[in-house]
Write a protein that binds this ligand. Structure first.
Ligand code: SF4
Ligand code: SF4
Length: 369
């Protein structure tokens, strides 16, 4: 892995381009939740370890920082690091695991939808950030790679606030693009050695791809990653925002590929259908339609979470993290209020048992293709 990571970065000019002696470099992995590396939910520790060694060799101080889904404190970080194989990777490579959960607000560059975002202090104070994401499908944004990975700089349950403030997939994706521009990592690496298809980002199936991707522009890198797994750029809302804002052209033919990916393999991942932004509750703001009809149509048209009682262990995590407070626990089992649900799919993303599935009614799929 060390050779592969160094060869990859060498194609972009070498580690010296991204790290200067004495600098504090934060590695931002995808640590969505405590999962064993072979489940392909989180960035593989071997990639992180290799990058950390190279950063240290280039004279930098390597720190690993992320905020997994759900609440954030030092005990949870310790538990996630251990489960994701990072405690050992840190001991071997010398990367420092971050336990600082203090948050701070930073300004978003002009041209976005937000003025400022709340991030981990460790990220704000770094001299530079190296993002190492995992290539997976995603129930809300269809794909998670370089751009979506950076949502993890927002600390703990603050992420749920962002979901609640920006429930529509378009505005949520515009916010993700703002976060990527604000954090502005010097280097983005995507761990696509084993990706995830199907019900990603945590409930899908691992797929061996055998590639590492890297670049300085997260939007271009995601464009390439989408082409690799067979998703049209306009179907990934964060890529669509970056094209609309003129950050990239969206034309893969204009991207200069180097290394083994010069002839990019074209896979066909199973990808969740598009999220549907249409909300009848909002559309009926004048109250012309009766509540029972709105509620019934919302259920029949919009995707929504369903909870499998056979696999649920009644841990209550989904109810704790639901940004809309739409999940109550009845006789130990979660029950969603679909009129309050904002369709963020955080419950599916963060259920440790994969007990939450997204039901996508066929009528909604036909009407909102
Ligand atoms: S659905 Fe998942 S997160 Fe929710 S209570 Fe059951 S096991 Fe826990
Ligand atoms: S029930 Fe699930 S999908 Fe709905 S708002 Fe809560 S976490 Fe999001």
């Amino acid at each position: 892995m060390q050779d592969a990571v160094n060869r990859l970065v060498q194609l972009l000019g070498g580690w010296d381009v991204f790290v200067k002696p004495g600098e504090n470099i934060v590695i931002k992995p995808n640590l969505l939740m405590r999962k064993s590396p072979d489940e392909a939910v989180t960035t593989h520790p071997a990639v992180i370890e290799a990058a950390a060694r190279s950063i240290i060799e280039a004279g930098g101080r390597a720190v690993l920082a992320d905020s997994p889904g759900g609440p954030l404190n030092a005990r949870i970080l310790q538990w996630v690091y251990k489960g994701c194989g990072l405690t050992e990777a840190a001991a071997r490579s010398g990367v420092i695991l971050n336990f600082n959960t203090v948050e701070t607000t930073v300004k978003v560059p002009a041209g976005g939808i937000l003025a400022g975002i709340t991030v981990l202090e460790e990220i704000a104070q770094a001299n530079g950030v190296v993002s190492i994401s995992k290539l997976k499908t995603h129930g809300l944004t269809r794909m998670t790679g370089a751009v979506k990975n950076l949502f993890g700089v927002i600390p703990g349950l603050k992420k749920m606030e962002y979901h609640f403030r920006m429930p529509g997939v378009e505005e949520f994706s515009a916010m993700l693009v703002d976060v990527a521009r604000t954090v502005s990592p010097r280097l983005h690496i995507i761990d696509a050695v084993v990706g995830m298809e199907g019900e990603g980002p945590s409930g899908g199936e691992p797929v061996h791809i055998g590639l590492l991707l890297a670049g300085a522009c997260p939007f271009t890198l995601d464009l390439v990653a989408a082409a690799l797994v067979g998703i049209r750029p306009e179907d990934v809302p964060t890529i669509a925002v970056s094209i609309k804002r003129g950050y990239i052209s969206g034309d893969i033919k204009k991207v200069r590929l180097l290394g083994d990916a010069v002839s990019l393999p074209r896979l066909r991942f199973r990808v969740p259908p598009k999220a549907i932004d249409f909300d009848l509750l909002k559309a009926n703001s004048r109250g012309n339609l009766p509540g029972w009809l709105i509620s019934g149509l919302n259920r029949r048209l919009r995707p929504h979470p369903v909870f499998d009682r056979d696999t649920c262990i009644s841990c209550g995590e989904c109810a704790r993290i639901c940004p809309a407070g739409a999940i109550s626990i009845d006789k130990k089992f979660p029950v969603p209020d679909l009129d309050r649900c904002i369709r963020c799919f955080c419950c599916q993303e963060l259920c440790p048992q994969r007990a939450v599935k997204i039901n996508r009614p066929w009528l909604g799929r036909v009407l909102f293709k």
